[in-house]
Design a protein around this ligand. Structure first.
Ligand SMILES: Cc1cc2nc3c(=O)[nH]c(=O)nc-3n(C[C@H](O)[C@H](O)[C@H](O)COP(=O)(O)O)c2cc1C
Length: 400
């Protein structure tokens, strides 16, 4: 059998909280101690794997991108990297193994895709290790704290001031306030997040068409060469490559069955991917957003994914490329808020995405194409303003 050290694997030291099973008491509590440990971060398997130090040293001896026959290992190495440990390390994505069986084949495929599609190792480390997979509200860090500012202040002290001033300024020059003298500028002032939608309202097809066209639609195509085409949309995109795809999850739209669709930008149409009941679509909307109840009553929930290689093809193996892709999604998010406001719809954006659920429902592999963000829109509930009143208005200088 042959093994290779994955070069999408990182090693680090940390303090781990461990307990001695012999200290477990009748009530289930145990004595924990902090032990220093070595860990492998196996990006292809999205796992953090504890390692013994001698294993770490043996792995260090393996050159990357080189297949090793276990038969060629000397006795000392085999004593540490035993056949069963090697297989476990391959299951965990620390090593690649040439076995034609699950999960080794899939891990090799993911590894090959990362290599061929020009992922920078740091980008892969960040993207794959910060994804929430199968996350439930209880699993999300700080959830209770976030909803309870008092707890946050108790634990961490007050946050930095909302409005920042430079103590080292040379002088201060007051500016006069501009008038919002155009529909676009007026529209900017209408943007806000909404969390209480009216589930009983059906979104008209016209409004969905407008949203898709003005946010994710294409208004210009530039053929640079026989193979290379750039696009123009209402949002900017690094290299005009537009790697972001959008999948509307229809919950309640005139003339469309509930379920997932893919927006076909070239033909300005919807490719239906599956059919579900309204109740199923609504449940899925909450699951996709890690249990956030606000998404339940939205009329449409839009899942944004990236076809990474559309960007990495140009910015290949550049450490900044992933942040460009993330910013592309953020630009679309702002355009979405503005178009929704213009159409009189409530809108909400989130990066809290259950990646595994997205991948399963959209039949994407998460490596060639992976989830980034979700936004939703719907008619605001008649009582929404009473529950979530707009921010009190502010004119700069009022409290100066
Ligand atoms: C990157 C990003 C992530 C967000 N994630 C969430 C979220 O998970 N849940 C939520 O209710 N709102 C989320 N929001 C919306 C913000 O909470 C909202 O923008 C903020 O409260 C300010 O309100 P406004 O958008 O009405 O100005 C997110 C916004 C951004 C830009």
């Amino acid at each position: 059998m042959r093994y290779q050290r994955s070069n999408f694997c990182f090693f680090y030291f940390d303090n781990a909280r461990v307990f001695d099973p012999r200290t477990v008491r009748a009530d289930g509590t145990a004595t924990w101690e902090i032990r220093r440990g070595a860990f492998a971060v196996a990006v292809i398997a999205q796992k953090v794997v504890p390692l013994e130090l001698d294993v770490l040293t043996s792995l260090h001896a393996l050159a990357r991108n080189t297949w090793y026959e276990t038969a060629t290992f000397d006795e000392d190495t085999l004593e540490i990297l035993s056949p069963s440990l090697l297989e476990q390390l391959a299951r965990d994505g620390v090593l690649l193994c040439d076995l034609e069986a699950a999960p080794f084949e899939e891990l090799r495929r993911r590894h090959r895709t990362l290599e061929e599609e020009q992922w920078h190792p740091y980008s892969a480390l960040y993207y794959f290790m910060t994804q929430w997979r199968r996350a439930l509200p209880k699993d999300t860090p700080h959830d209770r704290e976030v909803d309870e500012p008092r707890l946050l202040v108790e634990r961490h002290g007050p946050p930095p001031a909302a409005l920042h001033r430079r103590p080292d300024r040379l002088a201060f020059h007051p500016l006069s306030l501009p008038e919002a003298a155009s529909p676009l500028l007026e529209g900017l002032l209408q943007r806000r997040s909404s969390r209480i939608f009216d589930a009983s309202v059906t979104l008209s097809r016209r409004r969905l068409e407008s949203l898709l066209y003005y946010v994710w639609g294409c208004q210009g195509r530039l053929q640079l060469s026989a193979d290379v085409e750039l696009l123009q949309k209402t949002s900017a995109s690094g290299g005009a490559l537009h790697p972001i795809e959008v999948y509307p999850l229809v919950c309640n739209v005139e003339g469309l069955e509930p379920g997932f669709y893919h927006y076909d930008v070239g033909r300005h149409g919807l490719e239906q991917l599956n059919v579900m009941t309204t109740a199923e679509a609504r449940r899925l909307a909450v699951e996709l957003t890690v249990g956030q109840p606000y998404f339940h009553d939205a009329q449409v929930v839009f899942v944004m994914t990236a076809r990474f290689f559309r960007n990495f093809w140009k910015y290949h193996r550049i450490d900044k490329a992933l942040s460009v892709v993330l910013m592309d999604a953020a630009f679309l998010g702002q355009t979405f808020y503005l178009v929704a406001a213009e159409l009189g719809l409530g809108a909400l954006f989130t990066a809290a995405v259950n990646a595994l659920t997205v991948e399963q429902y959209l039949a994407i592999d998460g490596v060639q194409e992976g989830p980034l963000a979700v936004c939703a829109c719907g008619a605001r509930h008649p009582e929404a303003d009473a529950v979530e009143p707009p921010f009190p208005s502010f004119r700069p200088g009022d409290d100066a």
